[in-house]
Ligand binder design. Structure first.
Ligand code: IMP
Length: 199
């Protein structure tokens, strides 16, 4: 079976391929099947945004389509940046300016609790959906730590590991990250669906 990944990010393709090749599924990018769908992420939740993207690409290609949506939710910021993580502070900012905005927002704040969330949705042409959600709880640091990773990684501390995401190797991060957890759950749910045991 062929599935389209509703993303232009080859890094996400590699991650999905690693999981879905185990189920005999071939994953291709939108560009491989000649479409380029612009979807406005207007949903109020990660689940809604993942479903919006997957459904739009499924309709454009006629193939099952997979999309994900993720972000950082900080308790003392009312759950923000949340679904606005990628564009927090406006389109013109870089990753460093964005995480600095989070640090500034938490100035003097003792509650540093936060979580990364990742939601994956596969939309099928018959209207069925397979979905999975992964979360990784942690704390926002007082200053950035670590050189690796992207986005908010340098300010997201996983207390049990005593490291930020930016101080972990890709393997260390994938084993506990919101996306790693969501991908593993997604694999289980998709396998159930394909075997006809999905609820
Ligand atoms: P999207 O899921 O590709 O729409 O992007 C969500 C945004 O959330 C990214 O642009 C990052 O700013 C942030 N984000 C999601 N996952 C991670 C992560 O693992 N590390 C750091 N930032 C992340």
């Amino acid at each position: 079976m062929k599935m389209v990944l509703a993303s232009k990010n080859p890094h996400k393709l590699t991650e999905m391929e690693a999981i879905l090749s185990q189920l005999g599924i071939e994953v291709v990018l939108e560009s491989d099947v000649g479409v380029d769908v612009e979807v406005e992420e207007t949903g109020a939740t990660f689940e809604e945004n993942a479903a919006l993207k997957a459904t739009a690409v499924m309709k454009a290609t006629g193939l099952p389509a997979i999309a994900d949506d993720s972000g950082l939710c900080v308790t003392a910021l009312g759950g923000g940046p949340g679904v606005y993580s990628a564009r927090y502070g406006g389109e013109g900012l870089n990753d460093q300016q964005r995480y600095q905005l989070v640090l500034n927002g938490l100035s003097g704040q003792l509650d540093r609790s936060a979580r990364f969330v990742s939601c994956i949705c596969c939309a099928f042409p018959n209207g069925d959906r397979v979905e999975a959600r992964g979360e990784c709880p942690g704390l926002i640091t007082y200053s950035p730590r670590g050189e690796d990773g992207f986005g908010y990684d340098p300010i997201f501390l996983v207390p049990e590991k005593k490291k930020t995401f930016a101080q972990m190797t890709a393997e260390e991060k994938n084993a506990i990250s919101h996306r790693g957890v969501a991908l593993q759950k997604f694999k289980v749910e998709l396998e159930k669906y394909l075997n006809g045991t999905h609820q």
